[in-house]
Every structure is written in structure tokens, then in C-alpha cells.
Design a protein. Structure first.
Length: 227
């Protein structure tokens, strides 16, 4: 797979190195010469990595990076406006099949959608907040990630000691067809869900759901306590 990464700060540099280790072809685009540090990390000469010095918001720079041949473009600069422009160019000018963009400021997340050519956005502040909330919250759905411009969500909930759901099988939950339980984390282990799987206190339940049935899913998992 060929990946073009725009921006070689901490996030972009790490992504480039790890993707190279997985035998992907990576092109890094950055206007700053610090990208040269990539060559001294983990013997990068052994990997398929090339560097283009220039502004990724410039069509000519993206042409030099052979963006038209890319399977994925990761717009990973520290500037949200640049990430939006790069994503739009990648999708509209070069027809890149998959465009992923980094959100630096959480207030800008609403703009990172398919109107700007973005297939998937990643907001570090929101992700960190969700992980903290997931760690301290029970009997409430926590949104972890969004896909397809928010149409699909990865969510999590942890059952408390007083949850009415304890002791029920997954089949008894009557989850909507547009929602699937993808994993249950129990005592540090992953339980692969089956209709006959019984859930209980402390179980962390990971679900993939359509946003159209979010309210139905919330009615099943939230405020389900016995006193």
C-alpha cells in the first residue's frame, strides 16, 4: 500500500516509521528539513520511504509526492486549516481512495467531513477525553470513534454492580440489527460475543452502531440499574 503523509511532526513521523516497518510505501511531505531525521531512525534506509520537501497545500508538491498513486493520504500537520486543504486536494484533485485527517483543535471537528474530502478524522483531545470517561463511567455509552462522517460509531459501556443487564445473554438484549457487539473485555481478557454469552458486572462492552439507532441502543444500556 502506498501512503502519503503530510506533516512530519511527532504524529506524522511516528506514523511514517511504523507504516514502513509494516512494509508499506511511504512518502512524507513537509516544508521543514526536520524530515531528514527520519533517515537516522531505525535504519530507515532499509524501508520504502521517500521525502518531499515542500508545502503539502500546493498541488505541485502533491504531484511531486505522486499523490495520484496513493492508496491513502494522511493529513497530519499541526494546522487544521492546512489539513482541510490538503484533504480536499487529495480527494478532488488526485482522487485518493482514502483520506484521513488529524484534528488539532476539538472545536474544528465538525468541519472534518466528506465535504472536505475526508473519509476519517482523528481528534486526539476527544479521543483522550473518551478514554478517560470510559475508564470512570459505568452504565453509560461512551463514544470512542466515528466513521463514515459520523454515520457509524464505535462506542463502549461498562456494566456496574447494579446494572439490570447482569445475568442476561446477548440474545436477550434485543439489540437493533444496525448495531453489533464486537467484543467484551472481562478481567483483562477478550470475550468474543455469541448469542448465548452471558454478561455481568464489570464487563466492558464494545459496540459498533449506526447513529440512526443510537437512541435505541442507549435505552438498552443506559440507566439500567436495580435498587
Amino acid at each position: 500500500m502506498k501512503v502519503v503523509i503530510a506533516g512530519c511532526g511527532t504524529h506524522g513521523r511516528y506514523a511514517a516509521i511504523e507504516l514502513c516497518k509494516l512494509d508499506h510505501q511511504v512518502v512524507v511531505v513537509d516544508r521543514d528539513f526536520r524530515v531528514e531525521s527520519l533517515w537516522s531512525v531505525a535504519n530507515m534506509n532499509d524501508y520504502s520511504l521517500s521525502v518531499v520537501i515542500g508545502d503539502a497545500c500546493d498541488v505541485k508538491t502533491l504531484e511531486e509526492a505522486k499523490c495520484r498513486e496513493a492508496d491513502v493520504v494522511l493529513s497530519c500537520t499541526g494546522d487544521d486549516e492546512d489539513n482541510l486543504v490538503i484533504s480536499l486536494l487529495a480527494k478532488q484533485e488526485f482522487g485518493v481512495p482514502r483520506v484521513i485527517a488529524r484534528v488539532n483543535h476539538p472545536d474544528n471537528e465538525w468541519m472534518f467531513n466528506d465535504h472536505w474530502g475526508i473519509d476519517q478524522s482523528v481528534s486526539s483531545p476527544h479521543l483522550l477525553t473518551a478514554l478517560v470517561e470510559e475508564a470512570v463511567t459505568t452504565d453509560k455509552l461512551v463514544k470512542l470513534l466515528k466513521f463514515e462522517d459520523g454515520k457509524v460509531e464505535l462506542i463502549e459501556t461498562t456494566l456496574s454492580d447494579s446494572s439490570k443487564l447482569s445475568g442476561q445473554t446477548l440474545a436477550e438484549l434485543s439489540i437493533p440489527h444496525e448495531c453489533s457487539i464486537v467484543a467484551i473485555l472481562r478481567d483483562g481478557h477478550v470475550v468474543f460475543p455469541r448469542p448465548e454469552t452471558v454478561i455481568g458486572s464489570g464487563d466492558e462492552i464494545i459496540l459498533l452502531t449506526s447513529s440512526s439507532v443510537a437512541d435505541e441502543v442507549a435505552e438498552i444500556f443506559e440507566v439500567q440499574k436495580s435498587f
